[in-house]
Design a binder for this molecule. Structure first.
Ligand code: MN
Length: 727
């Protein structure tokens, strides 16, 4: 393509203003690369023109295409970023800067993990997805012209293409670029296999093509009958995918199904499923081979129906069915989304571009929620806007760290001993403090000394990775055990004192054992050492150690508080406090109340508990109101005074049930009267079943007295039950 052809093609979907802008970018690049030549002998500008051409074919916006024209000027000519910003705008300069930076990442073939880290670094460094698209276009053209380079460079670049760029293209769903990159790389990396496969494909080509044509005719006839318009073609074969199947799955060439494949492109999703039905009635589908990527798109948004049927000659035949739009996306991926989102208006509009980026991020988010998320993450474990940072070792290996990491995190990632012996760090050849925040692409060098005393405490707060932190803690644990034990012990004792408790009061063998076992230590020294190196806090240990003593103290404290209150209480109610007939655990002068809920009387087993501001409340031991945990904690031993019997009177509520007949209530009241007992309250009612319920409140002296009354009432004819009520 010439520059004119590129710009004409762009004009088809961009504005005239955009076309002028592109022309300006082209002339700027042409002038900058003046008198530069490529290895092929062509003027250098040919390369940027082709790169821009690839971007136009992807339907990219004008800024990206301009970036294609200008992508090499900063790297290869005198032009600076400032010049670019002045001549064009910030956006163009930003894209070119991104491409230039990516160009500086040197990939050395190593293990797969390094390849993955490189891909991640690429994505992380190219904050704008368009930088990657330009870079892919750049790489594609370089692969197309690779024959002009010496063999060792061919191999290195092909290898890098296969490990870094093809997977990136796949991630972005741009399969046209992905396939071409892979096939070209294979040609240089494994020419024997490459040409063998080409040969094999050629041999049976005629036979295969005739067969496919038959299939296509058959499908066409069927579709004509039901009036579905479709574009049917044999599916292009990709050498690299055949190669992979032969090598990875150890298959013979003629065992590979997708050699026989057709693709059917229709107008609507409805038609996709209709065509599928027709295919499945013509030929028998192979079980387990149907895949509905329309309902369940692939992570890179690929959509299509796939099925394999037993074709007319008894061979497996692959069929793909999709709409036109799905096909565009299958071929051009993220770039196709661009075009569809944009419609045919100017793509050089910041706002709509921002919308697109947002939309792209949403896709990424959405993808992480699909069931295919795992596969997605495996393909490339990083989001565009990742929270990881990628840095180099001086040897060029890429190390992945959480963003915010510092040279110490890097050092511990290399090796624990490197971390422990670190005394300083150089970043990009310059001394930097140990808490320097690493940036993508930094080359990090750690300086160590065997005379180092090891990590210092503040490293725990400087480091970002849990790996570094745990290694530092481990160091303290091991190297400074004695020191940590005494430091830990001191800290724990200090915490115990802060509770107002003498350490020796709680540091008993039993108590210590109970606590270190609870925290899974094997002995007390281990526990103190852990406190010393901050594996666990002294406050936590001290809190547990003093638990029981504090509870006891709290109870005494409550009692003391209450006593204090009583002493200061000069209100008249003080006079009644002795009337209860209850004494409290060796304490006189305490305000005692008999609870109204269960009305205890002398002879009942009783329980006291301290109420804030209201002295001691006395309940019957079986009263549900003192069965709570809170009441138990405030429990206080109380007992009846021996002398109280007969003198004092206590309220008791009784409930009597019986057959509702005339005179029953009178007989009950009479029975009570006969025992010379005062009644203070009476209430009676009956229900529909002729059941009478009588509630009376009486004044009695003790349980013996109460028993006599209850016995007397029970003798009355038609009484069913007599019970003491608890409210
Ligand atoms: Mn280039």
């Amino acid at each position: 393509m010439t520059s004119e052809e590129v710009i004409d093609k762009a004009r088809q979907y961009l504005t005239e203003r955009d076309a002028e802008f592109l022309h300006r970018a082209f002339t700027f690049a042409r002038d900058a690369h003046y008198e530069q030549f490529r290895k092929s002998g062509e003027p250098y500008i040919v390369h940027p023109i082709q790169v821009a051409g690839i971007l136009v074919e992807l339907g990219m916006d004008s800024v990206t295409i301009a970036g294609g024209f200008l992508h090499d000027v900063v790297e290869d000519t005198q032009v600076t970023l400032d010049d670019l910003e002045e001549a064009f705008d910030n956006e163009v300069a930003m894209l070119v800067d991104g491409v230039t930076k990516l160009g500086k990442i040197k990939y050395k073939s190593k293990e797969a993990i390094q390849a993955e880290n490189h891909r991640k670094m690429f994505v992380a460094m190219a904050r704008d997805i368009r930088v990657i698209l330009i870079k892919l276009a750049d790489r594609l053209h370089n692969m197309r012209t690779l024959k002009h380079l010496p063999p060792d460079k061919q191999r290195r670049i092909s290898n890098e293409t296969l490990e870094i760029f093809a997977p990136l293209a796949h991630r972005l769903g741009i399969s046209t670029i992905k396939w071409e990159l892979e096939d070209t790389a294979l040609r240089y990396l494994n020419p024997q296999q490459y040409y063998r496969i080409v040969q094999l494909m050629r041999q049976k080509r005629n036979q295969r093509e005739t067969y496919i044509e038959e299939v296509i005719d058959e499908v066409k006839n069927q579709l004509n009958d039901v009036d579905i318009g479709a574009d049917i073609s044999g599916r292009p074969k990709h050498l690299y995918s055949i190669y992979r199947k032969m090598v990875k799955q150890n298959k013979q060439f003629n065992e590979i199904y997708d050699l026989l494949a057709v693709r059917i492109i229709v107008n609507s999703i409805k038609d996709c499923y209709a065509v599928l039905g027709i295919i499945h009635t013509c030929w028998k589908p192979m079980p387990g081979r149907f895949k509905d990527y329309i309902a369940m798109p692939k992570p890179n948004l690929y959509q299509s129906l796939h099925t394999t049927v037993i074709g007319p000659k008894g061979d497996p035949l692959e069929v793909q069915i999709r709409t036109k739009e799905m096909h565009e996306i299958a071929e051009y991926g993220i770039a196709a989304h661009w075009a569809y989102k944009e419609g045919k208006q100017s793509a050089n509009d910041n706002k709509s571009f921002e919308e697109k980026l947002t939309w792209f991020r949403e896709i990424l988010d959405w993808q992480s929620e699909t069931h295919d998320a795992e596969e997605f993450m495996e393909t490339l474990k990083v989001d565009l806007f990742s929270d990881m940072v990628y840095v180099f070792t001086p040897k060029g290996d890429v190390i992945e760290l959480p963003s915010g990491s510092v040279p110490l995190d890097f050092a511990y990632r290399i090796h624990t001993e490197v971390g422990n012996k670190t005394i300083g760090s150089k970043v990009n050849g310059k001394m930097e403090p140990l808490d320097y925040k690493l940036k993508n692409g930094d080359i990090v060098e750690v300086m160590t000394s065997k005379h180092s005393y090891g990590p210092s405490q503040d490293w725990l707060s400087i480091t970002q990775t849990s790996q570094a932190k745990s290694k530092i803690k481990q160091f303290f644990k091991r190297q400074r055990r004695e020191e940590n034990i005494s430091k830990g012990k001191e800290a724990v004792e200090r915490e115990i004192r802060s509770f107002g408790i003498e350490p020796k009061e709680v540091l008993t063998q039993d108590n210590l054992k109970r606590i270190f076992e609870r925290f899974n230590f094997t002995n007390e020294d281990d526990m103190y050492a852990a406190v010393g190196y901050q594996g666990i806090t002294a406050a936590l240990i001290a809190t547990r150690l003093t638990e029981k003593v504090r509870q006891k103290k709290q109870k005494t404290q409550n009692l003391e508080d209450t006593l204090e209150e009583v002493k200061n209480d000069t209100t008249p109610k003080k006079a009644q406090k002795r009337d209860s007939g209850v004494k409290v655990e060796g304490v006189d002068n305490l305000l005692v109340r008999l609870s109204k809920c269960c009305n205890p009387v002398p002879g009942d087993p009783i329980t006291g508990y301290i109420t804030k501001g209201r002295g001691v409340s006395v309940h019957r031991t079986d009263c549900p109101n003192v069965q709570t945990e809170e009441a138990r904690q405030r429990y206080l031993h109380v007992e009846w005074e021996d002398s109280c019997t007969d003198k004092k009177q206590y309220h008791v509520d009784l409930e009597i049930t019986g057959y509702d007949r005339r005179g029953l209530l009178n007989e009950v009241l009479q029975a009570v009267n006969e025992t010379k007992t005062n009644i203070t309250h009476v209430n009676g009612r009956s229900d529909r079943n002729k059941m009478a319920v009588i509630q009376i409140t009486i004044l009695i002296h003790n349980t013996g007295h109460l028993k006599r009354i209850v016995g007397r009432i029970k003798q009355i004819r038609d009484v069913y039950s007599v019970t003491r009520t608890i409210h």
